[in-house]
Design a protein around this ligand. Structure first.
Ligand SMILES: *Cc1c(COP(=O)(O)O)cnc(C)c1O
Length: 347
């Protein structure tokens, strides 16, 4: 009996590769709070250049990066618009409200993940006597692994500009979207003022995100990073992993997308399951809620880890799962449904 673990919970579970660890060990470092860390400076300069923006800031997490963006665009008592399922609204402990005193205005997503622009426009508060004035529109791409089209982002950007709003992209997995669309990251992020990119998701770094944007906003974000306790010292050890990831782990995201497709096709063979067709590396699988509870436990007991609950599972492919892991997982899925239908005892 194999003790192998096949971890499909998230692309955050990857461990740094030997090459990445070697790059980290060899990193030249300095005190980054003084601006003295050459490796951090290299990562920031490289990200700014790649995205065609003025400046960049290396931060401990995507959560801090989004919060710094919100706090750079908005002051206390201002409002921002984001999707109901956007990470910066739904999954960051309400930090905009708690720490930024910024009021979120969530908008329901369409089935393709977009926010209807007429609804966005109707939700923009003027700076009048009564309202919290809206200062920012934030989009997320990919959203739950779904790629929002370039033309949509451009149209949303025009709307933001028309109303004098800042425009932020939570691009935690923006490179997945770019690899899927076959477009350059600078073209993808061009409509936005600020962009947050995670190095610790599909790119495989152990820690870190980068916030990219105009110099004035990034300077403000740097001050707020210090306030939030995100000023790091010899952070070049971590930035080196990010640089390594940019060199080695961007184009290979296509492999994750291919594996997700194979996994989705395999899962779709089972009539009990409703499987989304993945754009990138994330699959959602729906089923009867009681079956799901047993199914998720069954897989866990066999080393196949996924996020499940309330009749839905999320499977994510990444650097540390391969073809063999997908085959092994699908074999366990088949084993579960043989047992469920009693077919196993028939022969
Ligand atoms: C993971 C994620 C974040 C937050 O990143 P952390 O490093 O986990 O704080 C933000 N936005 C999106 C879309 C994410 O997937």
């Amino acid at each position: 009996m194999s003790n192998a673990i096949y971890d499909f919970r998230s692309d955050t579970v990857t461990a740094p590769s030997a090459g990445m660890r070697a790059a980290m060990a060899a990193a030249e470092v300095g005190d980054d709070v003084y601006g003295d860390d050459p490796t951090v400076n290299r990562l920031q300069a490289r990200m700014a250049e790649m995205l065609g923006k003025e400046a960049a800031l290396f931060v401990p997490s995507g959560t801090m990066s989004n919060l710094l963006a919100l706090m750079s665009h908005c002051g206390r008592g201002d409002a921002f618009i984001a999707g109901q399922n956007a990470h910066c609204y739904a999954d960051e402990r309400g930090n905009a409200a708690v720490l930024g005193s910024i009021q979120p205005q969530p908008i329901t997503h369409e089935s393709d993940g977009t926010l209807r622009l007429d609804r966005v426009e109707a939700a923009i508060h003027p700076d009048d006597l009564h309202s919290a004035p809206t200062r920012l529109l934030a989009l997320e791409n990919t959203l739950g692994g779904k790629v929002l089209p370039l033309e949509y982002m451009r149209a949303a950007g025009e709307l933001a500009r028309k109303h004098g709003l800042g425009f932020h992209l939570d691009g935690a997995r923006a490179f997945n979207a770019c690899v899927k669309l076959g477009v350059d990251i600078a073209e993808f992020t061009a409509p936005f003022d600020t962009v947050s990119i995670c190095l610790s998701k599909g790119l495989g770094a152990p820690v870190g995100s980068v916030l990219v944007g105009p110099k004035a906003l990034i300077d403000k974000a740097n001050r707020n990073r210090k306030m939030l306790g995100g000023g790091m010292r010899q952070a070049g050890i971590l930035a080196a992993a990010g640089l390594y990831a940019l060199d080695h782990n961007v184009q290979r995201l296509a492999e994750d997308h291919g594996l997700a497709k194979k996994l989705a096709e395999g899962l779709a063979q089972f009539g009990e399951l409703t499987v989304t067709v993945p754009d990138t590396n994330i699959i959602f699988v729906g089923m009867d809620a009681q079956v799901e509870g047993r199914f998720t436990e069954y897989l866990k007991a066999r080393g196949v880890r996924i996020n499940g609950g309330y009749g839905q599972q999320r499977w994510v492919t990444h650097l540390d799962v391969d073809d063999g892991a997908v085959d092994a997982a699908l074999a366990h899925v088949a084993g579960f449904f043989r047992g469920e239908t009693g077919a196993a005892s028939a022969h």
